[in-house]
Design a protein. Structure first.
Lengths: 721, 268
């Protein structure tokens, strides 16, 4: 449900300079300090029976989240004060969920499932302590050259999701910095300059164990960003943004130390740069034409990385990173035409062309909650939720960390970060998906007539990440520039949401969507909605036989299934690794105002995927530690997938309090199928009589259909005071 | 599923769309662009979601019929950055209706900080908000209970393109001919975390903030509106000045109101 985000955003927005009104006339002796806040309670239930946190999903840190059980409550206290006409301050204190179950009795009562954590009074995930999340001071000195200076924590939402995006909602105001803002030319020109301290998790090697070492500096790493907005009139505006992020490290041997490590610090220690990332942006919008608006933007990124940081191999210790591993530069563009009234009254059309370079890198780009393209993208229900299609290994914390087979109900939001983030989200929220490398065209017509609303979409997608061995001849070295993340953007159903790079790709995707809404004039009015969506996703992967041996080398870096007989080079069969995925979605819903305070929506959706992910000898090229269904990163999913969702969403408001909820029951089937090499072509493989499994690199896959089912419930209460 | 089935679904949808009939025209007003400055000096918040023109009223239309469509068009394509689910998020619009000149309420709604001239009192006001109708109703009940009988909250408000619209039954407005009514359309911003006295509207302060308008006063003596109808509602450039004149106000040194902004209804 999006309202959680909206209310959280509103709440944090408030702490950043909204309600209650600062600076109101105060009576004598009245404190200028205003206190306000919220209490948020969540109730989860489901049949996955996982209780690693009061969030449906968490994948980065097993043990931190990924739960469908329990109840908990958060307390948020915000404050601000107008100290003087020129000074205002504010801040936010918050106790966060994680594992603050009511059952843990304030941090005393719950045994943790992970040996890494205690979940007792000393564990911040469980002890219910209220913590300072952000504080700021805002100075409005009244100078002609500067309107304000803000020092402290905020969400940095004044910039742009392609350059410096809003910070993730869960701790939206954790990121600190200094922001100066001003204007000129009768406010036709507005400017922002900021130095934002770099959070350490945006380090190049955030998954490298040796990251924090004696010579690792992090406290002064930062992003400098400047923005100029010029709007000479109501019809035209343009924005120029420049951002520069850097990561300094202490020099091991200062030249003035004459090579003696015992002397090199005496006159101070020099620094070297682990990386520098520069992003430039130029945006413009023109609305002076009656029937059409135009807007567009061009972005250029430049990344310099010290060559000694990451090993020059495909799956090395920089595998998880928000940056590429070698020096790169690239461009990204979009150009949008909005025809506000096309031919007939009520009909509008948006056309967007976009081209995002494979090497476009913006460290501070939005990781979630912002959408850089107008396409609705893929379906959240198939986003990578680690459902364990084949084995059902409940004891595996990796595969159980996700939110399960049901996936996300919310929309898919496109981001240009290499660290798209969906941790600490619930199943009813949006899901972020990295679109690095996408290029194509989207058409979105909308038509409103009478009580009907119609909308549609067609998107043609090509990829700048289409290449053979990343443009070289050996994936293990020529793909070393590109982070592997979870390595599965075009594997299985949905694919992983943050891994745009495959060593071999020749992919095309089409998205076609229809949606109709109608309000039936019965009683309080029944809001009806129907939708249909079709996605065709094809990838020929290796297109030249000379690359087959490099791509399908028997997966020497992976702990593969011992029963599978390696088929190096797929026997020369170029078509044997071809992927073809057809996604169909039907959805209907009916919403009704049952009571002035209560609105409920009944939803039914049917999802189907027909997938061929190559023959039984094919697994993700360059497969590493993630091999095997048991691990849960890469699964065998060729076959037909059916998923039904029957759900009810509701919202209930009284003055100052809101209840909301989503209850889903999902059922369906995965019917595996198998393909093999028949005279150099991909051909259906029928199991022999009595054969129960077929060996693949990812495991021995049962030939029998698998019944899937999931029940899940989330109900929340939010009181604002 | 085969392609034949997919094409059939598409054809069915197109058929439904074409089956809709054209709407008869009711009454339409225009407003000049570039006057989204309240009384002349207001500026947008600094967060990127408040895009240029997004509070700039361009056109207001009421269609004919028993279930009239109230449409408000602004000078920027609507967006939903806060996930409200109805096609827009940052705007909030109040449509004040004067059915009987010389009668009706002269005070406005909490948080707007203006009043109406005695000959421009309102009998009904329609609130176009991206918030769920239940939330708006709860706020009305808590903050404007004395006016609640005359506040109309549409069952469904949507944003498409640049236009926010909602259907309202004439019966809910007490019947009559919308073409003969006077209107005042007030463009504000949806505030999900409003001040205790504000009806989901956003503050205007002296200095703009990330999520608050600037160019006003830190107290509540200034009108908290960005754009309204003015003049003859024809959209001529001089109507910008007419708006600034209408929203003139005076604040005391202590932030108290010396003179409230006083609005007139606009008629065709």
């Amino acid at each position: 449900m999006h309202l959680r985000n909206a209310t959280l955003a509103a709440a944090v927005a408030a702490v950043l300079g909204l309600a209650p009104q600062a600076g109101q006339a105060q009576g004598a002796g009245e404190s200028p300090l205003k206190w306000y806040g919220s209490i948020y309670a969540k109730f989860l239930d489901g049949n996955r029976r996982t209780e690693k946190g009061l969030y449906s999903n968490s994948e980065t840190t097993p043990g931190e989240g990924g739960g469908d059980q329990g109840q908990g409550i958060e307390f948020e206290l915000m404050f601000n004060a107008q100290i003087s006409k020129q000074v205002e301050i504010g801040g936010r204190l918050h106790s966060r969920f994680n594992k603050n179950y009511w059952s843990n009795y304030g941090g005393f009562g719950v045994p943790d499932q992970s040996p890494l954590f205690t979940c007792d009074e000393s564990d911040p995930r469980c002890n219910q302590y209220v913590k300072l999340r952000g504080a700021w001071a805002r100075i409005t000195p009244g100078y002609a050259w500067m309107d304000s200076a803000t020092i402290g924590n905020q969400d940095w939402g004044m910039f742009d999701p392609w350059t410096v995006g809003k910070i993730r909602y869960i701790d939206r105001d954790n990121l600190g910095g200094v922001l100066l803002q001003g204007s000129g030319f009768d406010r036709q020109l507005r400017w922002d300059i900021a130095r934002i301290t770099l959070p350490n998790y945006l380090n190049l090697m955030f998954a490298k164990d040796t990251d924090i070492s004696d010579d690792d500096l992090y406290a002064n790493d930062a992003t400098w960003v400047g923005q100029l907005k010029y709007a000479p009139g109501p019809d035209f505006n343009t924005t120029l943004i420049a951002a520069y992020a850097f990561d300094n490290e202490a020099e091991d041997f200062d030249p003035n130390g004459f090579g003696d490590p015992n002397l090199d610090f005496l006159d101070g220690v020099g620094v070297w740069k682990q990386f520098e990332n520069t992003v430039l942006a130029l945006k413009a919008q023109y609305t002076g034409i009656d029937f059409m608006d135009v807007n567009g933007a061009a972005y250029y990124s430049d990344l310099n990385v010290d060559d000694s940081i990451c090993a020059g191999t495909l799956n090395d210790d920089c595998r998880f990173s928000p940056l590429l591993k070698r020096d790169t530069d690239d461009w990204a563009y979009y150009f949008t035409l909005n025809f506000n009234e096309l031919l007939i009254d009520g009909l509008s059309l948006s056309v967007q062309y976009f081209d995002i370079g494979s090497d476009y890198v913006s460290l501070m780009a939005a990781r979630r909650e912002q959408d850089v393209l107008i396409t609705e993208g893929q379906e959240g229900t198939w986003m990578w939720g680690r459902p364990d299609y084949n084995f059902g290994n409940r004891g595996n914390t990796n595969s159980m960390a996700g939110l399960g087979w049901g996936g996300w109900n919310g929309e898919v939001q496109q981001v240009v970060s290499l660290a798209a983030d969906n941790d600490f989200t619930d199943f009813d929220e949006p899901v972020a998906y990295s679109v690095i490398g996408w290029k194509g065209v989207t058409l979105v017509p909308k038509y409103q007539v009478g009580d009907w609303e119609f909308s549609a979409e067609y998107t043609y997608l090509d990829f700048n990440t289409d290449w053979q061995a990343c443009g070289g001849s050996d994936k293990d070295t020529d793909c070393a520039t590109y982070i592997r993340q979870d390595g599965t953007h075009a594997w299985g159903v949905g694919g992983d949401y943050r891994s745009p790079y495959a060593p071999y790709q020749d992919r095309r995707m089409d998205i076609f969507a229809l949606r109709a809404k109608y309000t039936l004039d019965v009683g309080n009015g029944v809001d009806l909605m129907a939708r249909y969506k079709y996605i065709k996703d094809e990838d020929k992967r290796v297109t030249k036989s000379r690359f087959l041996a490099d791509a399908y080398d028997g997966y020497p870096g992976a702990p593969i299934n011992g029963d599978w007989i390696p088929n190096v080079g797929l026997g020369g069969c170029v078509g044997c690794d071809d992927r073809q995925a057809d996604y169909d979605t039907f959805g209907v819903s009916a919403g009704y105002q049952l009571h002035p305070d209560l609105y409920a929506t009944l939803v039914y959706e049917y999802h189907q995927v027909e997938l061929i992910d190559g023959t039984i000898d094919v697994a993700p090229v360059g497969l590493g530690f993630e091999a095997s269904n048991g691990f849960g990163y890469a699964e065998y999913m060729t076959g037909k997938h059916d998923k039904n969702r029957l759900g009810i969403d509701f919202s209930y408001f009284l003055s100052g309090i809101e209840f909301g909820g989503a209850i889903d029951y999902l059922w369906g089937e995965y019917d595996p199928s198998f393909y093999t090499d028949l005279n150099g072509r991909q051909a259906r493989l029928s199991p022999q009589p009595g054969q129960s499994t077929i060996a693949t690199p990812l495991g021995n896959i049962s030939v029998d259909p698998v019944d899937m089912g999931q029940y899940r419930m989330k109900i929340f209460m939010k009181v604002s005071f | 599923m085969n392609n034949k089935a997919r094409f059939s679904i598409s054809a069915l949808a197109v058929g439904f769309a074409l089956a809709g009939g054209a709407q008869a025209a009711g009454v339409k007003f225009a407003d000049p662009t570039g006057d989204d400055k309240g009384p002349g000096g207001y500026v947008y918040p600094t967060d990127a979601v408040y895009s240029a023109g997004s509070f700039d009223l361009v056109e207001f239309e009421v269609t004919d019929g028993d279930n009239a469509d109230f449409k408000v068009t602004v000078n920027d394509r609507l967006a939903d950055p806060w996930g409200m689910g109805v096609g827009f998020a940052t705007q909030m619009v109040f449509i004040f209706i004067d059915k009987e000149p010389g009668k009706g309420h002269t005070k406005s709604l909490p948080g707007l900080n203006f009043e109406f001239a005695p000959d421009s009192g309102w009998e009904k006001v329609i609130i176009l908000s991206p918030q769920p109708a239940s939330r708006v109703a709860a706020e009305v009940k808590a903050k404007a209970a004395d006016l609640s009988a005359d506040i109309v909250i549409p069952r469904r408000t949507t944003g498409i393109g640049k236009t926010i619209s909602a259907k309202v039954k004439l019966d809910d407005l007490g019947g009559g001919d919308p073409a003969t009514w006077g209107y005042q359309v007030v463009v504000q911003s949806n505030e999900g975390f409003p001040d205790k006295s504000d009806l989901l509207s956003r503050k205007v302060n002296e200095f703009e903030g990330q999520h608050r308008f600037g160019g006003g006063n830190d107290s509540d003596c200034d009108p908290h509106v960005m754009d309204i109808l003015a003049g003859k509602g024809a959209g001529t450039p001089d109507e910008a000045q007419a708006q600034y004149d209408m929203l003139k106000h005076e604040c005391g040194a202590d932030g108290s109101s010396v003179k409230r902004a006083t609005l007139q209804m606009i008629r065709k």
